[in-house]
Ligand binder design. Structure first.
Ligand SMILES: [Zn+2]
Length: 883
């Protein structure tokens, strides 16, 4: 069947510079949730190369009250107001265009443009404009290559809206008649409209200060509702860490006198980098030991850093068009990864990023929604805030950084920021600046941006004891993706080291070189296939390949379990140590799936090496915890031609249980040692790592034997932080322990009224791999902690169920698909962006076994047949069903 998306397709190759640009903007808001009046004064200039073109301003869902050109009010026949634009024919090359419109924030459940948030007695107004929300506020050239200077005046009732904020520096404030007041803001840096923000309402604040390396004193504020402001201290620390780090690592200083962050519970994304006025989903801002997990602490650090780093990679240098989205997002995700890696554990962050890449991006690449990091077409840009654009985009930047070296990459980035400051750039500009600063041609890397799909890297090793030569043959292949039947070879950097059988490093001497090079080196595979020959290799080496995960490829090689064990024991790259354990676990999983049980010898090797690891007090406990945590079912199933989710679940559970049962003694010893030395509510990296391992040990112990459930009950009772309490609760639920239900109730009662913690409570129930979880989730949609209009609630309950609980989601009778299909339809009427995201869970139908394939497809078709779907959802459904 074919379903037409309701928005026209936009093509990268059709890009044209705007016929008109806006140089200066003055905005005046009379804020009122029921009817806000927006007056805009735009100075517009024509592109001399495009004479005759009318001025076309994007405009959606606004009531137009007045249009003036150069001071003269226009009669209705002098302009055209359509469903998505206000078009004004203009004779000259320059004009002052003024509009006055009315908008209604309180009914805006799409959460794009100006909308209301907060509890019933303290509603506040805020904006979200990326990608195309500004056109819901005022008619404008709402595209990222139109950069203008903004002066914004806000007026509102002083009692209801004591706090008024917009981008830039404060430029006066005062009282008005009738209990109203005003405030003005000037942003000296030209910016695109998607970075516009305002906030008005009754919020509490904390304040701090930062002096930049250039000597600028910056006032820092975080604003949140009264019950949340006490949990913003960690975010303020993170902000100062981020400001200092960007100066030291990349030489980037902040450029305004003030920096504001505002928290909201009603947000479709994680956070938004509006110039000088970041808006955050509360989930990524609030943290204290009682109400936030260790993961939440780390997410706050990462997201506060991410949004701050956008001030250069995104705001000072922005994107020419939305096809270039990864230019700001991939680069900023990379900067965020480096920030957390420098401040906390590099290995742990790398493992987590690779897990996300495998789970979210590789599966995207393998399905109907596959697209390049720089897409060449879209109909709804909101649907391209994807793992491919963000995570794979960051991987490309990481590869470039490794190829250019730390200093070379810094030089290149400096060139990029200097050359394009105050402008809108492209991927070509980025590669050009990096290449010019280093005297290299990076053009071949464009293919990484333009080609969809996950490259498979085949590696073959051959050792000749007689000649003491070792050959490594690398070959690449990328399967076709929608719209891209033929693929080209990509430059793939492959970091390599060799170890002997005892784990000692071996020299790397490439044939033809005068002497051995560094003990670790990066080989670049630039063609379909290449062989690298090393000489003077004393014995058959164990190859540590793709160290640090040096390229986002699927590595395929036949490797002996014994070699992987050498790596698990000795590899000095923490990531590859984990990577070897993961590879061995995947072999065992494949055995279990094909033959009903993992093969005995490799299982024995694996469990013995992990038993040593669990007992090794010198290793980072977080790394040990990661080595004990198997890849999730979706990631394990990724290479299968046809997926039976129940069989995948059983094979994975078999491997997991076999490990747990073989390791009871060392797990118990480590669990007790970590519990005796309880670090309580400390939240430093070391304390977090210990808790991570303790909870991994607890989960494995309870899987091995229900007798250990008493440990989980005791931990639940005594926990002094949310991580330990939630970890124990999850274990009790998975084991269907007798006390599980009481623990759930106790947890809900303890955290009543706390939306973020109750989201965790919803998620821990939605992710239980039990068939009856479907009915549990249905029941929870009626719980008072759940609101359909709140994106965090929807993601916590339904998103967790659809994306992180493959066993229940894929229940054989199709009840999981029904549940998600119904939820998508219901959410689409409120928040289309969230509905579209949830609907991507239904995109993987083609790879399922026949019964589920038909059921999931039917659910997609049922959704597609509904009337009045949003453009966001229509686009996802059309692409999921296409072909
Ligand atoms: Zn971002």
């Amino acid at each position: 069947m074919s379903l037409e998306s309701s928005k026209p397709v936009v093509l990268l190759r059709d890009y044209r510079a705007p016929a008109w640009c806006v140089t200066d903007v003055e905005l005046e808001f009379d804020l009122d949730p029921a009817a806000t009046i927006v007056a805009a004064r735009l100075v517009v200039e024509r592109d001399p190369a495009q004479p005759g073109a009318a001025l076309r301003l994007d405009a959606e869902q606004i009531e137009l009250l007045e249009v003036r050109v150069d001071g003269e009010a226009l009669a209705e026949d002098r302009y055209l107001l359509g469903a998505d634009a206000l078009t004004i024919p203009l004779a000259g090359d320059r004009a002052v265009v003024e509009t006055r419109v009315r908008i209604v924030p309180e009914t805006n459940t799409a959460l794009q443009g100006l909308y209301a948030s907060g509890s019933a007695d303290s509603r506040f107004l805020l904006t979200q404009c990326e990608a195309e929300g500004f056109r819901r506020i005022t008619p404008f050239l709402d595209r990222p290559d139109v950069l203008a200077r903004y002066v914004v005046t806000l007026r509102a009732d002083k009692a209801r809206f004591p706090l008024l904020l917009a981008n830039g520096n404060a430029d006066g404030a005062g009282d008005l008649a009738d209990g109203r007041h005003w405030a003005r803001f000037v942003d000296p840096h030209p910016k695109p409209s998607y970075l516009f923000a305002l906030v008005g309402g009754r919020l509490e604040s904390i304040e701090d200060a930062f002096v930049t390396a250039e000597g600028r004193r910056v006032r820092l504020f975080i604003h949140a509702e009264a019950d949340a402001i006490g949990r913003c201290g960690w975010a303020m620390q993170c902000l100062k860490l981020a400001m200092r780090w960007d100066e030291q690592r990349f030489g980037r200083c902040y450029d305004l006198d003030v920096f504001h962050i505002v928290a909201t519970h009603d947000f479709t994304m994680g956070a938004m980098e509006n110039k000088g006025l970041n808006v955050f989903n509360a989930k990524y801002l609030l943290a204290d030991p009682e109400q936030a997990t260790d993961d939440a602490y780390r997410h706050v650090l990462a997201v506060v850093g991410h949004e701050y780093f956008h001030n250069w990679s995104g705001n000072r240098v922005t994107c020419r068009d939305w096809f270039q989205l990864s230019l700001k997002e991939g680069l900023t995700v990379y900067r965020e990864q480096e920030f957390e890696s420098d401040l906390a554990s590099r290995t742990l962050r790398r493992i987590e990023d690779v897990r996300v890449l495998w789970r979210a991006q590789f599966s995207e690449d393998a399905g109907p929604l596959a697209h390049p990091v720089r897409p060449d077409r879209y109909s709804e840009i909101n649907n391209f805030y994807t793992a491919t654009v963000y995570e794979k985009g960051a991987e490309i930047v990481r590869m470039l950084a490794s190829v250019l070296g730390r200093d070379g990459f810094r030089r290149g980035l400096d060139r990029y920021f200097e050359r394009h400051d105050g402008h809108a750039a492209t991927v070509e500009d980025f590669l050009g600046a990096l290449g010019d600063a280093n005297g290299v041609d990076l053009t071949p890397w464009l293919a990484w941006y333009g080609q969809a799909g996950t490259p498979v890297l085949d590696a073959e090793a051959h050792y000749d004891a007689r000649t003491r030569q070792f050959e490594l043959t690398l070959a690449q292949h990328t399967a076709p993706t929608p719209g891209q039947p033929r693929k080209q070879a990509l430059p793939i950097p492959v970091a390599v080291a060799l170890f002997d059988a005892d784990g000692g490093r071996m020299p790397l001497h490439l044939d033809g070189e005068a002497a051995a090079g560094a003990p670790e080196r990066v080989l670049t595979l630039a063609a379909d296939r290449a062989t690298f020959r090393f000489v003077g290799v004393a014995s058959r080496p164990v190859v540590s390949l793709l160290r640090g995960y040096s390229a986002p490829v699927r590595l395929r090689r036949s490797v002996e379990a014994d070699d992987l064990v050498v790596q698990i024991r000795h590899d000095d790259d923490g990531f590859n140590r984990w990577f070897a354990a993961d590879a061995l676990a995947r072999q065992l999983f494949a055995d279990a799936l094909a033959q009903g049980a993992p093969a005995a010898r490799p299982l024995g090797l694996w469990t013995r090496s992990l038993a040593e690891t669990v007992g090794d007090a010198a290793l980072d406990p977080a790394l040990v915890a990661e080595m004990l945590t198997l890849a999730d079912a979706n990631s394990l199933a990724e290479t299968l031609a046809e997926v039976d989710p129940e069989a995948v679940y059983r094979a994975r559970a078999q491997v997991e249980t076999a490990l747990a049962q073989a390791l009871v003694a060392p797990l118990l010893a480590r669990y007790r040692a970590l519990s005796d030395d309880d670090v309580g509510d400390a939240v430093d990296t070391a304390a977090q790592a210990r808790r991570r391992l303790r909870n991994a040990c607890l989960a494995a112990l309870c899987r091995a034997d229900a007798a250990h459930l008493s440990l989980a009950e005791a931990q639940f009772e005594r926990a002094r932080n949310l991580t330990d309490r939630l970890g124990a609760l999850s274990v009790l639920l998975s084991a269907q322990a007798p006390g599980a239900s009481a623990a759930l109730d106790a947890f809900a009662a303890r955290h009543a009224g706390d939306m973020l913690v109750l989201d965790q409570w919803l998620s821990v129930q939605a992710t239980q791999a039990l068939p009856e979880t479907v009915e549990r989730v249905v029941a929870l949609t009626a719980h008072e902690a759940f609101r359909w209009a709140n994106p965090n609630n929807v993601y916590a309950l339904l998103g967790a169920f659809a994306l992180r609980n493959p066993r229940a989601f894929h229940r054989a009778d199709g009840a999981g698909y029904r549940l998600v299909g119904e939820a998508v339809a219901r959410v689409d009427a409120l928040t289309p962006q969230v509905a579209a995201r949830l609907a991507t869970a239904l995109g993987g139908w083609r790879r399922l076994e026949p019964v589920r394939r038909a059921l999931m497809r039917r659910e997609l078709e049922r959704l597609a047949a509904r009337e009045g779907l949003s453009p966001d959802l229509s686009d996802i459904l059309a692409r999921s069903l296409a072909g």
